[in-house]
Ligand binder design. Structure first.
Ligand SMILES: *Cc1c(COP(=O)(O)O)cnc(C)c1O
Length: 371
């Protein structure tokens, strides 16, 4: 096997869930494990988050929820969107808690659950994200439809924030819209038992947005949605992307390694070849600005990132074939964070951790039940 993999520290995920739970208490923690747990592996991330204090899980797709159930996970699972293919049968069969924002989907769910089972659904209100969710003007009739359908019960009411990490005022307004709508429903005797709004940033920055539950993804994986978003006990990044030095050669000054011969070596240099590339999700745009860690020290790439390999400029230092190479994560005292990549690539840390491909095996370190 090629010595390149993603190492996931499940103890870190468990610890992050504990830290997040404490920060948002008494609100419950719903761990968002969509997109294969933001690239960390959905089932291990879910198990670790539950062990750390999460009581709910959330996914984007029906099949993501099914994967958790097939792995034996019994915690309640919130489905964040109406499925595009309308697969209500799988939702009911696997006991997922669906989100509803159209009357058509509410009808379809009612039909799928059959006679008077009080199947729990969550109504999503659009308060300013403008992606999915029922607009306030239509929300009341939809809520009444769900609440009045004996086959369904309105278990939850929720919304989603657009700028929780950077605009507290806008987030506060979204929170107030949700609150007002809840009051309107209450006046009609409709009282969803779980009201939720906050993501990681909202939950940590705006106490009044926590309601009964916080849907946190990023924080669970030890990342922060913004520089101001923090916890008393620090969150621990759970992902390391590692490989090994596979081959070494010494080149004279002026040589230009890798495709395109992009850059000349400044002096006589030891150059290391490492078997990981853009096919694994290492963005090729890091070719001129990327660094890796070997023996606890940073080294720049020596040229273009290729599909399967990178070339590292070791300069006058010494390294050996088989030495661990860290692309993302810590080694010794040094660390390369997803935030560093995100800033170099003008994107967000979410995209970095979600971007590694299936060719990199995930290896899990730590024990969910132990410690
Ligand atoms: C992804 C997602 C979350 C989690 O957001 P984080 O910023 O990762 O905490 C919460 N709610 C919804 C609707 C989402 O899509």
């Amino acid at each position: 096997m090629r010595p390149s993999w993603i190492e996931i520290d499940v103890d870190a995920i468990k610890s992050n869930a504990r830290v997040m739970s404490a920060a948002i208490a008494p609100a419950a923690l719903c761990a968002v494990v969509k997109a294969d747990g933001y690239g960390h592996g959905d089932v291990p991330s879910a198990e670790a988050a539950l062990a750390g204090g999460a009581s709910w899980l959330a996914v984007a797709l029906v099949e993501e929820g099914v994967r958790l159930r097939e792995a034996g996970i019994e915690a309640p699972i919130l489905l964040l969107s109406e499925p595009a293919d309308g697969d209500t049968a799988s939702i009911v069969r696997w006991n997922l808690h669906p989100t509803v924002y159209t009357p058509e989907f509410a009808d379809a769910l009612g039909e799928a659950v059959g006679a008077s089972t009080d199947y729990p659904v969550h109504l999503k209100l659009n308060t300013g994200m403008h992606r999915v969710g029922v607009d306030p003007v239509n929300a009341f009739s939809l809520a009444r439809k769900v609440a009045g359908d004996p086959r369904l019960t309105l278990e939850g009411l929720w919304t989603h924030f657009a700028v929780a990490e950077e605009d507290v005022e806008y987030t506060r307004r979204q929170t107030v819209s949700l609150l007002r709508f809840r009051e309107t429903l209450a006046a009609e005797g409709i009282e969803p038992v779980i009201v939720h709004a906050a993501n990681t940033a909202g939950g940590l920055l705006l106490g009044e947005s926590r309601f009964d539950m916080v849907r946190a993804g990023l924080g669970i994986y030890g990342l922060r949605p913004g520089p101001e978003v923090g916890t008393e006990e620090p969150l621990r990044p759970a992902m390391r992307v590692v490989s090994q030095v596979a081959f070494l050669r010494t080149l004279p000054a002026g040589e230009r390694p890798s495709y395109g011969r992009r850059r000349a070596l400044g002096g006589r240099s030891l150059v290391a070849t490492v078997p990981i590339g853009y096919a694994d999700g290492v963005p090729r745009r890091l070719s001129d600005i990327g660094e890796v860690l070997i023996r606890g020290k940073r080294y720049p790439l020596a040229g273009a990132i290729t599909m399967d390999q990178i070339v590292v400029d070791i300069g006058e230092d010494e390294v050996a074939v088989g030495d661990e190479v860290v692309l993302l994560g810590d080694q010794g005292e040094e660390s390369i964070t997803a935030d560093e990549w995100a800033s170099k690539l003008d994107t967000i840390n979410y995209e970095i951790v979600c971007g590694f491909g299936p060719r990199l095996p995930r290896r899990y370190r730590g024990a969910v039940d132990g410690q």
